[in-house]
Unconditional design. Structure first.
Length: 147
């Protein structure tokens, strides 16, 4: 595994198994690069549900993706048993950074690593807003440390 696929997270608290569908595979026989982003989005939703203990009310305290960077590390094939891990690695005043990785549940090989910056966003006014104390506290409790 190359350095670009190493993570800053020592142990991810949130993991989710993934199911590869026939239409996720491209002409080269491996998982299409765009599908990784769909998997990451699903895992983000499940992560925030786990953190908040319920489905987030994004109309009340929203976040939007403002930047995504993904390193593709090893190909994923149709029969691979894969999972995605998610953790918040930083929280600022108006943004938070998530780190995620898709890996083989069988041998631990990292397939891709993704860093996403999400900004607090008020959908009523269409303006940025601070990350709420509720979200910050719930994330810190879930992750087991202060940011």
């Amino acid at each position: 595994m190359s350095d670009r696929c190493d993570t800053t997270v020592k142990e991810f608290r949130h993991r989710m198994p993934l199911q590869i569908r026939f239409n996720d595979i491209d002409v080269l026989g491996h998982l299409n690069n765009s599908v990784y982003f769909t998997f990451m989005d699903l895992a983000k939703s499940r992560y925030f549900e786990a953190v908040l203990g319920e489905k987030p009310d994004f109309g009340k305290a929203g976040v939007v993706i403002v930047n995504v960077n993904c390193d593709f590390c090893a190909p994923t094939f149709y029969d691979d048993n894969i999972e995605v891990e998610t953790a918040v690695v930083a929280i600022g005043d108006k943004s938070l950074t998530l780190e995620q990785r898709v890996y083989s549940a069988d041998d631990g090989v990292v397939k891709c690593r993704c860093r996403t910056i999400m900004a607090g966003f008020d959908i009523r006014t269409m303006t940025s807003m601070p990350i709420t104390d509720e979200w910050r506290g719930a994330i810190e409790k879930y992750e087991g440390h202060k940011f």
